[in-house]
Design a binder for this molecule. Structure first.
Ligand SMILES: Cc1cc2nc3c(=O)[nH]c(=O)nc-3n(C[C@H](O)[C@H](O)[C@H](O)COP(=O)(O)OP(=O)(O)OC[C@H]3O[C@@H](n4cnc5c(N)ncnc54)[C@H](O)[C@@H]3O)c2cc1C
Length: 384
């Protein structure tokens, strides 16, 4: 039964809500309730993600948070008891324009300065290592062998199990319908199953974050965009060690998935919506580009596909931390396609914001909501 009170109520049982619950409980804050509107945990953006984990970002804060998160994923089983299915096959970015080469030169320099040893590769080196790639138009590439992909569903449920062992209570099919604010401070959360009094509410509602913000009168510029993924039948012609490969200028990617391949591409022309249906005509475009970059794709047979929602902000950076003007209201929203890989660092940071009054490990000034009041900066440039 829903408790009458809690020290912290988290709205959203995806990977970020569950990582936050775990990090709070690990610090001794165990009177935590997670509310999830669906029948299961991590069934929305988290479960529909492709699980990519990379440290190759353009901003220092993302590089630092990703570096920390990779270390957590490497030891996830010791930490939570759950196997995250982390395949460290590396992330390979293919660069085909002089502008992207210049951007990645700057980013790789910053990554190396921050202890992330990304390799810079010529087209000849690419062909020698991955002969399945067509590189006629590739000017350069970057590769980091410690990057890779994991199982987002397993990671989210790993955080959930560890949090539950520490005392966190998780309620499924329990939608937060309102947040009670009195005197500028959070006092409670209303659900279809009753009300919980609490001084702290965390918004980790993914693509629905804006609606949760509206419950306290805060406009969070987080917009949903459909992203589609396709999986092929078993494809033994490419080794399972093939890296997550990104054709950066085309927002196209592929990686191994079980015995087959997984591939996707962002359609930047598609407007914001909550549409999660699969467009099989778009699948044809994804595969056509695949054949252009990896001619062997011609022999691959697509057997399934799905669509999920990116939760995008104007600068492709999240909003993390306390929201000014509403005491006790915290957010970790707007991850624009890289929220799974940062989830260990995000949960740690939100726990610090709640328990210590502000972030301790990472400087998250760039993630403040106030940045949208003025002219919005460039933000993260390695977005797929
Ligand atoms: C196709 C696709 C591929 C992606 N690939 C990657 C990738 O390779 N690497 C990466 O790092 N990221 C990737 N992402 C992004 C990543 O999946 C997300 O950033 C991340 O999962 C967000 O997790 P979350 O916990 O914040 O949100 P979610 O997983 O969406 O969880 C939010 C939860 O809140 C619940 N909720 C909402 N409103 C309420 C309410 N009022 N009351 C109760 N519950 C509520 C929802 O039901 C949902 O379960 C991808 C996303 C998509 C769609």
């Amino acid at each position: 039964m829903l408790p009458k009170t809690a020290d912290v109520v988290i709205i959203g049982g995806g990977v970020n809500g569950l990582s936050t619950a775990y990090h709070l409980a690990k610090r001794g804050c165990t009177d935590v309730v997670v509310l999830e509107k669906e029948e299961g945990l991590a069934t929305q953006t988290t479960g529909l993600s492709v699980g990519g984990i990379r440290q190759q970002f353009s901003t220092a804060v993302n590089i630092r948070m990703a570096r920390h998160s990779v270390q957590v994923f490497e030891h996830f089983q010791e930490i939570t008891g759950a196997d995250p299915g982390f395949h460290q096959v590396g992330y390979l970015f293919l660069l085909t324009t002089p502008e992207d080469v210049a951007l990645f030169h700057r980013s790789v320099a910053l990554q190396r300065e921050l202890g992330v040893n990304t390799e810079w590769l010529t087209p000849e080196e690419l062909t020698a290592r991955w002969p399945h790639l067509a590189v006629d138009d590739v000017l350069a590439a970057t590769f980091n062998a410690r990057d890779g992909y994991a199982d987002p569903y397993a990671v989210a449920n790993g955080f959930a199990a560890a949090a539950r062992r520490l005392g966190v209570r998780i309620f499924l099919q329990t939608e937060a319908t309102d947040i009670i604010v009195e005197g500028g401070a959070v006092r409670g959360v209303v659900t279809g199953q009753g009300k919980i009094s609490t001084p702290a509410v965390v918004n980790t509602a993914g693509p629905w974050a804006r609606a949760v913000g509206q419950m306290v009168g805060v406009d969070l510029p987080v917009y949903p965009y459909r992203r589609q993924v396709f999986v092929t039948a078993p494809f033994p012609k490419l080794p399972r060690t093939t890296p997550m490969t990104i054709d950066f200028a085309y927002n196209w990617y592929f990686r191994p998935e079980g015995e087959g391949l997984l591939t996707g591409m962002s359609d930047l022309a598609e407007p914001s919506s909550f549409n999660m249906t699969v467009d099989w005509n778009f699948m044809v475009k994804v595969i056509e580009h695949g054949i252009r970059r990896v001619p062997l794709f011609e022999e691959a047979e697509v057997v399934r596909g799905w669509a999920g929602l990116y939760e995008v902000t104007p600068d492709d950076q999240p909003v993390i931390g306390a929201i000014p003007g509403v005491e006790g209201f915290y957010c970790a929203v707007g991850f624009s396609g890289h929220g799974f890989m940062l989830s260990p660092a995000t949960g740690l940071t939100l726990a610090e914001c709640i328990l210590d009054g502000g972030p301790q490990t990472f400087d998250i000034a760039e993630f403040a909501l106030e940045r949208f009041a003025g002219q919005v900066g460039v933000g993260e440039e390695h977005v797929i």
